[in-house]
Design a protein. Sequence first.
Length: 361
Amino acid sequence: MKAAVLFEAKQPLEIHDITIDKPGPREVLIRTAACGVCRSDLHFVDGAYPHVMPTIPGHEASGVVEAVGSEVTRLRPGDHVITFFTVFCGSCEFCVSGRPSLCVDSSTKRPKEGEPKLRLPDGTPIAQFLNLSAFAEQMLVHENACVAISKDMPLDRAALLGCAVITGAGAIFRDSKVTPGETVAVIGCGGIGLSAVNAAKIAGAGKIIAIDPVPEKREIARKMGATHVFDAMADDLVKQVAKLTDGGVDYAIEAVGRPNTAELAWNLLRRGGTATILGMIAPGQSVSIPGPTFLTGKKLQGSLLGSMRFPVDLPRLVQMYLDGLLDLDTMVAERIRLEDINHAFDNLRKGDAVRSVIEFS
């Protein structure tokens, strides 16, 4: 199969023919249909986050099951699936308490002495990226790294659900539990932020404020449900939002991954409000919160994939799209081939793209 391989951070990915192993007992072989190019991938490609090399990035994908291992019971060849990188075991404390995104049980991984899932033509093992390695024509994953969905769902849009949408929507539905009439501010109008905006609209939020420095992204946010938009570079941004919302928002969603935007989320809150940080703040960076402001009853929380419960929530999001509630079409900026992957990363670096989606034949 063909795959985009990263041999060294800060270098272009290279297209190579890769050998992929057969499914183990609880593994599933998937023919990749589509994969979104996410800013989280860029963090690893550009070296902000470390990863073993060589690797095949990509983690926001959909596809069709081709083969299953001997112990797989809930998936069959021909099933359409969405993948997600936080594979869960299903039996640890996090899983049984409804927090599968936090599972780190080692039983979901192949033993170190086992055969590598992926190899270069010369036999060199390839480190699997975030349990998926989705910039490839096939994926070999644990059965609990994917969920079967309705075959009515277009797979190019289904791919977005595996990271951007589940994270942004989960921040609204699961982390914040927004109720009708409450106010929401979303900082950053990339794929995750736009998904949060759209989910806030579905949840019935009274005011939905989208904040981004790029005018085109602010306009897309309006289309997806924002009632108000602000330039992130405005000097009096916090005062403007406070005036609009009569003291601040109930919920602030940070979808950028920088200390200053996390601090902005905190400052936009009203007394008793909650800020959820979704962005990947780089190692070595810290967020500074003035101590006395904790006396206002505000809350600051992190989140991974929106704290979603994948087997339950992903099919529900699919149905929301099929029912015309969830807007995925607006998020797709371009559809590209695997060979155009470096171009897609260049667009992400410029900050002017929403989502590039790789379509596999």
